[in-house]
Write a protein that binds this ligand. Sequence first.
Ligand code: PLP
Length: 380
Amino acid sequence: MEKVYLDNAATTPLDEAVFEEMKPYMLEFYGNPSSIHTHGRQVRAAIEKARKKVADLLNTSPSEIFFTSGGTEADNTALRCTVEEYGVKNIITTGLEHHAVLHTAEMLAKRGDVALHLLDVDAQGNIDINQIDELLKNDPNTLVSLMHANNEIGTVNDIDAIANLCHEHGATFHTDTVQTMGHFKHDLQELKANFIVGSAHKFHGPKGVGFLYVNHEKKIHPFIHGGAQERNMRGGTENVYGIIGLAKALELAYSHMDEHRSHIEGVKQYMIDQLKANIDGVEFNGTSADLNNSLYTVLNVSLPPSEDNDMLLFNLDINGISASGGSACSSGSNVGSHVLTALGSDPMRGAVRFSFSRFNTKEQVDYVISKLNEILAIGV
Ligand SMILES: Cc1ncc(COP(=O)(O)O)c(C=O)c1O
């Protein structure tokens, strides 16, 4: 049986070249980077080289890059520490954010630190920037946290425009760029964001390592206390080989971005065409089927209503196909996609998120379509 991995928004396979770069820091250079002897200093130098590489790629200064355990920690740090450090009284976000942002914002609201404002979204997950403007006119002492691209439905926010608006009002802007890091170019001289984040395992790097960019205008306290690492911003011995791998993976992503993008877009468009040709009543969630206006790695497929849709992912899995998804939550149940629920999607429609990497092919799409045809014809 063929094995097809189409869950790259959840995580991507490690690039072998990245692993080769990491290996010496697992076996040979094992010193603690905080130690002042030679073993330690060698490793410290490698971390600082990795930081400079990441900063150069994002067109910013190494002093603004802080390594973390991943996207979740970076998002938590940005939200919690901004509220605590600056006494921010409002958070503006949407119900479509990853839980790393949404649950953190909800916790801060529940604690009584902030008022939480969830923006309206249309059926495809688009926001209206004028609503942010109105809210900021009322009270600019606000943290706006809006993701660059949605991990489930691929809808993209215009983060340049939102950043400029926040800047005009003197509000703080954090954007969860986990899904676009390594897939779109971020230029931090251009983008007026206070915080952006990255997670290596989303761009063929290792799991358990990411970073937070903190613009030099913001000074926040550490989220994790206990050591002077990361210039007193994040206690804990560094994930050295993770950091080395992250920098290498980002370098590879940047150096081949156009080529990878056009390959992935070709596979995605082929899948859209094949789905339309084979499945009556197929639709697409968010903007994911609009190649000019979505995260090109994500396609969220909405299948006609059926009792059998609950078993869809399971049936794909037993045919060797890994994808993810989940329909909107039906009333009274909170299992399912909080994103599709916030969009008001029909819980009876099956939702499958296929997400692509440069390793996927049109032949794999043919296999998936043939299996989907079988599954939908037979039912369960
Ligand atoms: C948009 C978004 N933010 C944050 C995260 C969390 O990243 P990590 O897995 O590195 O904690 C993810 C991972 O799925 C994500 O898709």
